[in-house]
Design a protein around this ligand. Structure first.
Ligand SMILES: Cc1cc2nc3c(=O)[nH]c(=O)nc-3n(C[C@H](O)[C@H](O)[C@H](O)COP(=O)(O)OP(=O)(O)OC[C@H]3O[C@@H](n4cnc5c(N)ncnc54)[C@H](O)[C@@H]3O)c2cc1C
Length: 251
């Protein structure tokens, strides 16, 4: 893009995206990096646990990015933790697909400048639920961790979460109240694993509120089980597909 056209575009982007600096990078689990971003623009943002941000992982001013409709320049990440004094933590999985998001997480360094949107999204815990059911994979466990941290200790919690192996588990609160399953050498398609596990969960009589996230097909299959086999109303099941094999940058 020419400099004259790039300048106004840069100003628009600066209005939409907040600037921050990478302050910490920590490997939490074998393939997950917790990345702390700090900055004055992060002070006193409105954030509800479960919400996400869209992070710039490529050059938004590059002509090829515009031709592809930003697909490779932004990726969506749940906010693992937020401090209103000006920092937020993301946890990014370094998966085999090695798309722009995973590549960014591998290359990012302490002190790098980053840009991202304000927290957004409706994948948040519903107050007054008789109980809460969390189902998903390790990417989903980022949002679940934030949601569980915010729930009162008196709320009843159930859940099934998958990871490649025990060393890939995120340290989510109330972890011992969830069932953890490991794919081992299996490829990451864990739909059957999760559906079978949810099917065999002993849940209280009557529906609670379910939060399903992670692979798109799994969300759909677990939702089908809850609404069809357990007779849950559709609005008691919140789904947020995070990724799908062969698709790029779901949001
Ligand atoms: C609301 C929301 C919240 C999200 N929160 C998180 C989060 O907290 N942490 C996180 O890591 N991701 C999260 N994601 C997913 C994230 O946005 C990206 O889709 C993911 O990082 C993959 O991006 P990529 O550029 O590396 O690969 P893409 O270019 O998007 O995908 C390339 C290929 O990689 C494969 N692939 C993608 N993701 C996975 C995976 N998890 N496991 C195995 N193969 C995969 C697929 O075959 C895909 O076709 C979230 C998505 C949404 C919509």
């Amino acid at each position: 893009m020419s400099t004259t056209r790039a300048r106004p575009m840069r100003r628009i982007l600066e209005r939409v995206l907040l600037p921050g600096t990478v302050e910490e990078i920590e490997l939490v689990g074998r393939r997950m990096r917790r990345i702390r971003i700090t900055g004055t623009s992060l002070r006193d943002l409105a954030w509800t646990p479960g919400q996400h941000t869209r992070l710039q992982v490529g050059d938004l001013l590059a002509p090829q990015i515009w031709l592809r409709g930003f697909r490779d320049a932004l990726r969506t990440y749940s906010i693992w933790d937020y401090d209103h004094r000006g920092s937020l933590d993301l946890c990014v999985l370094d998966h085999e697909g090695a798309g722009p998001g995973a590549t960014w997480s591998r290359r990012v360094r302490h002190g790098d400048q980053v840009a991202f949107t304000r927290p957004e999204g409706r994948f948040v815990t519903r107050s007054g639920a008789p109980y809460h059911l969390f189902v998903g994979d390790e990417t989903a466990s980022v949002a679940f961790g934030a949601m569980l941290r915010a729930l009162s200790g008196t709320c009843r919690v159930y859940g099934v979460v998958t990871a490649g192996e025990p060393g890939e588990r995120l340290p989510v609160p109330r972890s011992n109240e969830l069932t953890w399953l490991y794919r081992g050498e299996d490829p990451s398609d864990d739909t059957d694993l999760l559906v079978r596990a949810v099917r065999s969960l002993t849940l209280p009589d009557g529906p609670g509120v379910a939060y399903l996230a992670g692979q798109a097909r799994t969300c759909q299959a677990v939702r089908g089980h809850l609404t069809r086999d357990r007779d849950w109303p559709r609005d008691a099941v919140l789904t947020k597909p995070f990724w799908a094999p062969g698709r790029r940058g779901l949001d």
